[in-house]
Design a protein around this ligand. Sequence first.
Ligand SMILES: N[C@H](CCC[C@H](N)C(=O)O)C(=O)O
Length: 280
Amino acid sequence: MQINFTKMHGIGNDYVYVDGFKQTLLDPHVFSVFISDRHFGIGSDGLVIILPSEIADFKMRMFNADGSEGKMCGNAARCVGKYVYETGYTTKKQISLETLSGIKYLTLTVEDEEVTSVEVDMGKAILNPKEIPIASQLNFFINHPLEIDGIIYGVTGVSMGNPHAVIFCEDIDYLELEKIGPKFEKHPLFPERINTEFVQIINANTLKMRVWERGSGETWACGTGACATAVAAIVNGYCTQGEEITVKLRGGELKITYKEDGRVLMKGSATKVFEGIIEY
Ligand SMILES: N[C@H](CCC[C@H](N)C(=O)O)C(=O)O
């Protein structure tokens, strides 16, 4: 069976995109593991399927490299917006996108018929531990101590439709994420596992971040993680709600605004790298 795909990334968070209007995958969980392998497959952080929707303009399903299905993916949402516009599925520059964490609203910036950047209304940040979920009776989980390998980390829990643990620390470039990342990801405090962000404060409007993603390991960027990071920085008093925050990631920058009404806006690029066909 031949599967046509498009390889795209959002500041280095790369996925294989399959057009669900034209082809159907038998088992996307298994296919995601196969194509994500950077030696025996295409190589990616996972799989994204673009589909019709009955409640929005389009629908997105995303799968991590381990085959688990994610409820939301910020970088992928921007790439889906680029794909559906440049493929001619829509001429609209305001697009609604159905995801497992609700409908998201995209605003495309188009120059010479090419989508150069996308702003996504990511919806409201969730801080109630029970809804993240975090196995805690607390009403908030802000800078809460958690011991990993004898070191106490201050964890702030945020959901952007998917779960995040945000930690503020110095010298993040020297962290051994492949060692500590899985210990956060699979910690019993996080019943659905967790995406973990390690964040350095540069100034009141600039953060620097690395991320260990649930199901994919360290990625070069995480859109939902950048949103969770900005929200955590605000609730911890490092940044100001309503002001635009630049989040610097290994693959590039995202602009995040945590609005006074609780919604989070994320703006950044979306890049098409190549198209291909894979035997499967
Ligand atoms: N690993 C995440 C999904 C991908 C999120 C990230 N790549 C983004 O851009 O938001 C999860 O299982 O919740």
